[in-house]
Design a protein around this ligand. Structure first.
Ligand code: ATP
Length: 565
């Protein structure tokens, strides 16, 4: 029967799938650990039977047996490591797409803190499962077995080994506990200073142009000094502890030998047993050391497990949305409000409107009036909203994203291109269909411009399109939005960086889209695109204050403009 723990979450269920592997790892650990007794038995045989009988044949036989046992032990250890590595890889394979999806969803829902950690959490769990740490957990239960054998050789040495095991556990646990917090503080301080430099390097141009480097360096010095001091403190403590632990370990090893010698002098034990007990003692203490040393990775893996479990629980794999017919792009807003964390007033306040399909709707409004937020609500990427956005009478969330995506063309204000070739970016990183890519480029008037690049459509554009000019980036984003002839285009300030020629191409493209019966929502500050508008929407402070045929709305606006003038 499945214990409750394993019923809890997708992650626990995945781990439960590996129960057979863990059982085998336990069996191989048992074989390896039992065979660890072979050198002890060998020694007893040498000091006992072989030395007494002087038989070379017996020596040869026991040696061959010993070598055989060593080979089996090595084989069992290899098998268990291999099993664990495979299990780790399979666990990763089973979870990575869930983690990938959950990270996307979390990011979309502004739960960004989770996302940065999610992939390292998965790696952490996999590494813990495949590293020495988990092996130590399988080996530790054998410590009592070794101690029991020491008891068989000499009860006095048996008790001594229990005492030493406790001392060793105590010392290693204490030193780990004392140093762990300091190591964490030192690592955090180092990361703070590194992050500070990284974030400033990202915006290096204004830093350099306005001579801000000196001020930033002062701030960085303070962070760096603090991180150096913490690192020094933590290393000092670690070295002190290592020296003490070494002293304890060496003392215990020699004291066992000394105690054994005492027993031999008293005639209570053979010299062979004395050495065998010494070897057994170090074997018994070995996994204890490892378990304590592995405690930190264990705690980290457990934290990673809990965090990942929560992420997968909060953002489970969505059931595929409903399949509808291809959209024709009518947009309806029903009491739509959008909010954001830390804001007292809503960004969009109870909007109700309809943007007809096959028409070009231009949205105007002053900065901060909520135009981009409306665009994001319409395409279904704004997390905190009330009310409904309907695409062809179906709530935007109910559409299957994979189905809907190709029918939507979205140009965000920040454009957001990706590292890759021009063709890949236009084709939205799907398999590149050259005909469609060239068609989209021609529609936005950038085909010739692309051909002027030495590698044409295969030109790598760098991170976020860094090798392109602002206008080129915008037009490439526009071509990406138009790729595959989507039914609904949401263009957020597509002309912000365009020159006259670029604007003319944009107007031509929008007119073509209208002729092709596409729905276009176009956000702008510039009146030049009004010529292309069928419907005009004017927004102010999160409200739609005008919405109607272009000329009617313009007529309403004129007296206000005159008065303002
Ligand atoms: P612009 O014309 O300058 O692009 P806009 O009309 O597109 O402006 P939005 O970007 O929609 O305006 O922003 C509307 C308001 O919402 C602004 O006051 C902005 O500060 C706020 N806002 C936008 N995004 C967020 C966010 N992620 N969190 C909190 N507030 C936000």
């Amino acid at each position: 029967m499945k214990p409750d723990f394993f019923k809890r979450s997708a992650l626990s269920r995945q781990l439960w799938e590996f129960r057979r592997e863990f059982l085998w790892v336990g069996i191989f650990s048992m074989i390896a650990n039992i065979l660890m007794l072979a050198p002890t038995l060998y020694m007893l045989q040498l000091y006992g039977r072989v030395m007494k009988s002087g038989s070379e044949l017996t020596l040869l036989m026991v040696t061959l047996f010993l070598l055989f046992f060593y080979a089996v032990m090595a084989f069992a250890e290899w098998l268990r490591s291999r099993l664990l590595v495979r299990a780790g890889v399979r666990l990763d394979e089973a979870l990575n797409s869930l983690v990938f999806n959950a990270s996307f969803e979390a990011y979309l829902n502004s739960a960004r803190r989770h996302v940065a950690e999610a992939f390292s959490d998965l790696t952490n769990i996999r590494q813990f499962l495949t590293a020495n740490g988990i092996i130590a957990f399988f080996d530790t239960p054998w410590t009592p077995v070794y101690i029991a054998v020491i008891f068989l050789l000499s009860p006095f040495l048996g008790w001594l080994s229990i005492l030493f095991a406790l001392i060793q556990l105590g010392v290693t646990w204490l030193s780990n506990r004392l140093s762990m917090k300091e190591i964490q503080i030192a690592t955090d301080a180092g990361n703070d200073s590194y992050r500070y430099v990284q974030s400033k390097l990202r915006n290096i141009e204004p830093v350099h142009a306005m001579g801000m480097a000196g001020n930033l360096r002062q701030h960085w010095y303070r962070l760096h000094d603090a991180s150096l001091a913490k690192a020094e403190e933590s290393q000092d403590r670690q070295h002190r502890q290592q020296s003490f632990t070494k002293f304890v370990r060496y003392s215990m090893q020699s004291l066992t030998l000394g105690a054994g010698a005492l027993m031999v002098i008293d005639g209570k034990m053979s010299a062979g047993s004395m050495i065998a007990a010494n070897v057994l003692m170090s074997k018994a203490l070995q996994p204890l050391d490892l378990v304590v040393a592995t405690w930190k990775p264990f705690v980290q893996a457990r934290t990673a497990f809990v965090r990942l479990e929560k992420l997968l629980e909060d953002f489970p794999e969505r059931a595929p949305g409903s399949r509808h017919q291809d959209p024709f792009g009518e947009i309806r807003l029903e009491g739509l409000s959008a909010t954001a964390e830390g804001r007292k007033t809503p960004i969009l306040d109870n909007l109700t409107a309809m943007f007809p399909s096959g028409k070009v709707t231009v949205i105007l409004g002053p900065s901060g009036s909520g135009k981009s937020t409306l665009a994001r609500c319409i395409i279904g990427v704004w997390p905190d909203k009330k009310g409904r956005v309907l695409i062809d009478n179906e709530p935007v969330e109910s559409w299957d994203r994979m189905e809907l995506g190709p029918h939507i063309g979205y140009l965000p204000q920040d454009i957001e291109l990706f590292d890759g070739s021009i063709a890949e970016n236009i084709a939205r990183f799907a398999e590149v269909d050259s005909i469609k890519v060239i068609e989209a480029a021609k529609r936005t008037g950038i085909h010739e411009m692309i051909l002027r690049f030495p590698r044409g459509y295969n030109t790598q554009i760098g991170e976020a399109g860094s090798i392109l000019s602002g206008g080129q980036r915008q037009r490439l984003g526009l071509a990406r939005a138009m790729y595959g002839n989507p039914a609904l285009l949401v263009l957020d300030e597509p002309n912000a960086n365009l020159d006259d020629a670029g604007e003319r191409s944009l107007l031509d493209a929008v007119n073509d889209l209208r002729k092709a019966g596409k729905t276009v929502l176009l956000i702008t500050h510039r009146p030049s695109v009004l010529a292309a508008a069928d419907i005009l929407v004017v927004m102010q402070q999160g409200h739609i204050i005008h919405c109607g045929p272009r000329d009617e709305v313009l007529a309403l606006l004129r007296p206000t403009e005159k008065k303002a003038g």
